[in-house]
Design a protein around this ligand. Structure first.
Ligand SMILES: [Zn+2]
Ligand SMILES: [Zn+2]
Length: 389
């Protein structure tokens, strides 16, 4: 036994019995979905393999966005769709991390704090990019929220994928970022902190925040991630990965779960063993509020800029390797139509209806879901006119 669904099936009932009254409804739904993913209750199809003379049952997946079995296909679909917005310029990944002193507040008021995080980080990056010492134009951003560190601890942060350049204020020119450089992270960090503070001041929780957090450096990283194609492939797993993939679960033994992770500082592989209950708690704390949009598009990637974005794609010089047309899915046999044992095509026999959904027993009462800009003057990249479409 070494996957999350099995761990939930085995230890979930005890977990729900112990924490039932205080569990969020969203956590219960995620548990139920993952436990039932690709099992008989979700229904599916029965096939027959003439080679092996055996029946093969193929069950439907849960499609819950927190399920480690279901993210891959969604990631592929997203990747294919994003190819139509990709620009032939170098891309950067900019990461904003919420300081530790604000994590308690974020955990208790997820929707509000995550929304502030998105809004203020995107605004800070766009504002700095308008500065001619950096880009001098309107940039585009695709942002994704992640709430975990590799050891499953609570560590909310945002990744933004940003093409290296922007459109000038008159909307007529493309301004390239300097080679291998987008913006300085120190002024970005200061700007982000200031905007976040201003937004939080408007909430009733501002007084709860220790004053020191407004005087420390907030962690912001920026790295060059190569071409748009490479960058999207780099970002897709961030978008569709869940807090823990099944591959990282090493063993489940004596009511303890051991999983591997990469130490973010040393980059070395490490192992962590947790009691099953603590493992489930850590996994569930990364369940996003229902309906929360974890991927957001700003600036050139926002819907209002779509016509200009398509124009830019036609006009910007292509890199040496031409941008391939969006991949069209090649027809192939559905994996469930081939025998998992011998690989032969199988005959469809019948459809299995989903069994009546049986949610885990409800608890008596459920909780509600609840640094200064450098003085050095940077050379301004050559502006290039954008021809009319
Ligand atoms: Zn699933
Ligand atoms: Zn077979």
């Amino acid at each position: 036994m070494s996957d999350l669904a099995e761990i939930f099936r085995r230890y979930g009932p005890a977990y729900r019995a112990k924490y039932g009254p205080s569990m969020l409804p969203s956590h219960r739904q995620v548990m139920a979905a993952i436990e039932q993913c690709r099992t008989r209750p979700l229904g599916g199809h029965v096939y027959y393999c003439p080679g092996c003379e055996q029946y093969v049952y193929s069950y439907h997946s849960c499609q819950n966005r927190h399920c480690p079995q279901c993210g891959h296909e969604a990631g592929q679909r997203w990747l294919e769709k994003q190819q139509q917005f990709r620009l032939p310029v170098p891309y950067f990944m900019v990461t904003f991390t919420l300081p530790q002193q604000l994590r308690g507040l974020a955990r208790s008021h997820q929707k509000t704090i995550y929304n502030i995080l998105f809004r203020t980080a995107a605004a800070a990056l766009q504002e700095l990019a308008w500065d001619e010492r950096f880009v001098g134009g309107q940039i585009g951003l695709v942002g994704v929220l992640q709430t975990w560190a590799r050891d499953l601890s609570y560590h909310p942060h945002l990744h933004f994928l940003v093409p290296g350049g922007g459109v000038t204020a008159d909307g007529q020119s493309w301004q390239s970022a300097r080679q291998g450089f987008l913006v300085h992270v120190r002024p970005l960090s200061t700007l982000f902190r200031g905007k976040f503070r201003a937004a939080l001041e408007k909430t009733e929780w501002y007084e709860q925040v220790p004053e020191g957090v407004w005087h420390q450096d907030w962690v912001v990283h920026c790295e060059n991630v190569g071409s748009g194609e490479a960058a999207l492939k780099y970002l897709a797993p961030y978008i569709f990965r869940v807090a823990l993939s099944n591959r990282r679960i090493v063993k489940v033994d004596h009511d303890e779960v051991t999983f591997r992770y990469q130490d973010s500082h040393t980059k070395k592989r490490r192992y962590l063993t947790l009691p099953a209950e603590e493992f489930i708690r850590r996994f569930l704390q990364h369940t996003l509020p229902k309906g929360f949009v974890k991927v957001r598009y700003y600036g050139l990637f926002s819907p209002s800029y779509r016509p200009l974005l398509h124009q830019l794609r036609l006009w910007l010089p292509q890199p040496q390797s031409p941008v391939a047309a969006p991949a069209t899915p090649t027809p192939s046999a559905h994996p469930s139509c081939r025998c998992p044992t011998c690989g032969q095509p199988m005959q469809w026999v019948k459809k299995l209806k989903p069994c009546r959904y049986r949610a885990p027993p409800r608890p008596p009462a459920a909780a509600s879901d609840n640094p200064a800009v450098p003085t050095r003057s940077w050379p301004v990249a050559q502006a290039q006119p954008i021809p009319a479409a």
